[in-house]
Design a protein around this ligand. Sequence first.
Ligand SMILES: Cc1cn([C@H]2C[C@H](O)[C@@H](COP(=O)(O)OP(=O)(O)O[C@H]3O[C@H](C)C(=O)[C@H](O)[C@H]3O)O2)c(=O)[nH]c1=O
Length: 185
Amino acid sequence: MKIVEGKLAGVKLIEPVVFEDNRGFFMESYHADRFASLGITVSFLQDNHSLSKHKGVLRGLHYQLLPKGQSKLVRVTTGAIYDVVVDIREGSPTFGQWEGFELTAENKRQLFIPQGFAHGFCTILPNTEVLYKVDGLYSAEHDRGIAWNDPAIGISWPVEQPILSDKDSKHPLLADAEINFVNKG
Ligand SMILES: Cc1cn([C@H]2C[C@H](O)[C@@H](COP(=O)(O)OP(=O)(O)O[C@H]3O[C@H](C)C(=O)[C@H](O)[C@H]3O)O2)c(=O)[nH]c1=O
């Protein structure tokens, strides 16, 4: 398994080992010891799975406030997404900066996103299924969002007019958002 560090501290792109044969393929999508050797030592508590039926569905930018923060391990099993993280750790030298990654069923890449980042993705193929592990249980009262098109962040999404949930069409700008993550250096 190969890991590529993102430009934002803590974000890791994982290239899994894929065993292919005449039947198809096998891969370990998570392995506590192997991931720990890569510096990913969180204990995941919940698995999530979403299907987005159309190209151009955008889910995000989401995070949960502390003490219900969530690290995430994201992968795509059908289709493809442009996955985006935004550093929202007060005091971070990269606060408000974003980075995007193409995760597809084809490349089988996984993205580890530590707590302190807002997360969102836009589908680049229809019928895209995203599976992700989180180390914090869902808490609706701690669930928050930031506007996907916040000009101060300036994310270059692959679509101009995405398909959004009603909730995702109403998030505040980062400057007005409630955040409580502090950079630990
Ligand atoms: C996240 C979540 C949602 N729900 C319920 C709440 C709603 O009734 C329904 C859809 O939730 P939502 O519209 O927030 O789903 P997404 O827009 O896919 O949100 C997710 O997408 C972005 C990319 C993320 O990174 C987050 O993990 C998560 O916020 O599922 C649950 O019951 N448990 C959960 O863990």
